[in-house]
Design a protein around this ligand. Structure first.
Ligand code: HEC
Length: 198
């Protein structure tokens, strides 16, 4: 009986040594990045040369592995905006606001304006948004000039941008922008005419 304990310890030690030897011999490929890529070792797939979206494109030397859509691709259900940036007049003459200023539409326009445009244009469109301390101050949207613009011309600015105002076509879709135009029209009814504009 008293001899059994040392025997068991010896067996345990032997088992441990064998297991360690086995594990070292069969390379499980971890930790990642330490072992060179070997055919057939699935754990080493992490080390293979491959495209990563946020890394340099190692195959074609482009700055990023992000795959841009083919030129001219159109997202499902999207209608491409046909006017170039300098075609505001044509957009104004040809485009018709497809929305009516119902309370729902105006409320949505207000939501868009107060989430996207307000940072620069200010709560009443006066051009006094929070970022104007650092960012170029936009002109007021309450000027007679903007009041006289047809809806299409007003719609054109967020779609294409103008000078220091970037295009907002990635943040707002056509329905958002048309609603924002109607909300701006509602503000123009109650706000005084601002100086400026040509
Ligand atoms: C990052 C700041 C910024 C945001 C956000 C922004 N704008 Fe502008 N916007 C400007 C600036 C700056 C100008 C003046 C550009 C210039 O110098 O012609 C401008 C000009 C305009 C004009 C033309 C005004 C004029 O008298 O020429 C319209 C209309 C307009 N923005 C609408 C919008 C609408 C609608 C939104 C929201 C969907 C929006 N903007 C969001 C900065 C912004």
């Amino acid at each position: 009986m008293w001899e059994e304990e040392p025997m068991r310890n010896a067996a345990r030690a032997l088992a441990l040594v064998t297991l360690t030897a086995l594990l070292t011999a069969c390379d499980v490929g971890l930790p990642a990045g330490r072992t060179p890529h070997r055919e057939g070792n699935y754990l080493d797939m992490i080390d293979q040369p491959k495209l990563k979206p946020q890394r340099k494109d190692i195959f074609n030397g482009r700055p990023t592995g992000l795959m841009e859509p083919q030129l001219g691709s159109v997202a499902l259900g999207e209608t491409p905006y046909p006017y170039a940036q300098n075609e505001a007049d044509r957009a104004g003459a040809e485009l018709v606001n497809p929305l009516q200023p119902t309370p729902e539409v105006v409320a949505h326009g207000r939501f868009v304006f107060e989430n996207v445009c307000i940072t620069c244009h200010g709560p009443k469109g006066a051009g006094d948004g929070h970022v104007t301390a650092l960012f170029p101050k936009p002109p007021s949207l309450m000027t007679q000039k903007v009041r006289d613009w047809p809806d299409g011309q007003l719609f054109h600015r967020p779609m294409r941008g103008q000078n220091s105002m970037p295009s907002h076509a990635r943040q707002v879709d056509a329905r958002d922008a048309w609603s924002a135009v109607l909300y701006i029209r509602e503000m123009q009814k109650v706000e005084p005419v601002a100086k400026g504009g040509k």
